[in-house]
Structure formats: structure tokens, C-alpha cells
Design a protein. Structure first.
Lengths: 116, 112
């Protein structure tokens, strides 16, 4: 099966500019996640979708970050305006969903964002 | 506070030896724990999942243990190879159905 696709792979912007990332999850995966991974750290959840509804966005800086998942498939994550501390790798992941058992997450290659 | 700690940031071992990585957590009671591998410039890749009622899980040269009393998971790679060099992340769900919370990872280097 095709994996999780993300674009772009790399992005360099100046602070106060805006940027958008795109993710296409594995077909049939109802749950989609966006993580932020700062160098030397583990991934940190920004937002979790189930189908096109938000399950958890408690750690999303909503004054500058927004995300949507149209039609329960693709998703976009936007930052506007960017700050220097937003420099990180943004990972998209997807998984199947069950109320009774856990499933592993499949990650995309990530987008490396550099804010100058 | 709730924490997940992977005790070693870096672990260097010789080819053929067993690598043992540690994951400790505090103030969580996870029903299961997962381990992922991450290579530079790539997203994490799932390796193993172990449930709270399982003491041990194996997959080829990998073995994971889960001690809910000690609040600790150990990840072993036997007969290690240079190709095993990567960062290994442990992760858990604070509440079933929520997103994974990751440790910082341990970077393993296997020299030939």
C-alpha cells in the first residue's frame, strides 16, 4: 500500500511569513495526526482528526496555527505568521481506528521548516 | 507531572552485541506502549506494540518488555548490526484513543 505523502519536503521562510503543509494519509485510515518534532526531541502532537472532525487540538497554538481535513482525507496545516521557534520538522501520520484495540501509526517523511 | 524518559540520549555498541534501551514513565497508566525507529530525515516507523498484560513481546531480533510496576519498558536488539543504527522512540497513550506521547528517543550507533 502507498504510504503517507507529505509536501513540500523542505521550506525556508522568513519570520512573519505564512506557510502551508499538505498531507495525504493511507487510504482507509480514519485518524490523521500532525506532529511537530524539534531537533533532538520526540514528536509532539499538534492536532488529531478522526475523519474530518477534530479529536484533540489542545497543543495547537491557535493564534498562528490552523489545520483542516476536508472530506476526511487530505489535510493541510498552516502557520501564519511564522516565528523563529516554529523551525522544526512537521510530521503527518495516519492510523486505523477502533474503540477496542490500538493501532500503529504510519508516518510520512515530514516537512523540514526553517524560519529565518 | 507526567513524563516519559528514555534514559540514554546515545548508546554506542559493537556489532554482534545486544543493545538495551530503557523507557521510563511517571504518572501515566498506559494500557500499552509502542516502540518506533527513526532514521535521519525520515518519519518514525512502527516496530512493536506491547500491552500491559504482556510481559514480553518478540519480533525477529527485537524484544520488548513492559513492567507496569516499575513503569518501565526495555527494548532489546540482539546480534546488533550497523544497519540497526538509528534513533529509537518509545511512545504511549495517556488515555486510550488519544494521540501518542513520545519520549525524546535514544540514538543507537552500532560499529563494525
Amino acid at each position: 500500500e502507498a504510504g503517507v505523502a507529505q509536501s513540500p519536503r523542505y521550506k525556508i521562510i522568513e519570520k512573519r511569513q505564512s506557510v502551508a503543509f499538505w498531507c495525504n494519509p493511507i487510504s482507509g485510515h480514519a485518524t490523521l495526526y500532525w506532529y511537530q518534532q524539534i531537533l533532538g526531541q520526540g514528536p509532539k502532537l499538534l492536532i488529531q482528526f478522526q475523519n474530518n472532525g477534530v479529536v484533540d487540538d489542545s497543543q495547537l497554538p491557535k493564534d498562528r496555527f490552523s489545520a483542516e481535513r476536508l472530506k476526511g482525507v487530505d489535510s493541510t496545516l498552516k502557520i501564519q505568521p511564522a516565528k523563529l521557534e516554529d523551525s522544526a520538522v512537521y510530521l503527518c501520520a495516519s492510523s486505523r481506528t477502533s474503540a477496542h484495540q490500538p493501532y500503529e501509526q504510519y508516518f510520512g517523511p515530514g516537512t523540514r521548516l526553517t524560519v529565518t | 507531572s507526567q513524563k516519559i524518559e528514555q534514559n540514554s540520549e546515545a548508546l554506542n555498541i559493537q556489532e554482534g552485541k545486544t543493545a538495551t534501551l530503557t523507557c521510563n514513565y511517571t504518572n501515566y497508566s498506559p494500557a500499552y506502549l509502542q516502540w518506533y525507529r527513526q532514521d535521519p530525515g525520515r518519519g518514525p516507523v512502527f516496530l512493536l506494540l506491547i500491552r500491559e498484560n504482556e510481559k514480553e513481546k518478540r519480533k525477529e531480533r527485537l524484544k520488548v518488555t513492559f513492567d507496569t510496576t516499575l513503569k518501565q519498558s526495555l527494548f532489546h536488539i540482539t546480534a546488533s548490526q550497523p544497519a540497526d543504527s538509528a534513533t529509537y522512540l518509545c511512545a504511549l497513550e495517556a488515555i486510550f484513543g488519544t494521540a501518542l506521547i513520545f519520549g525524546k528517543g535514544t540514538t543507537l550507533s552500532v560499529s563494525s
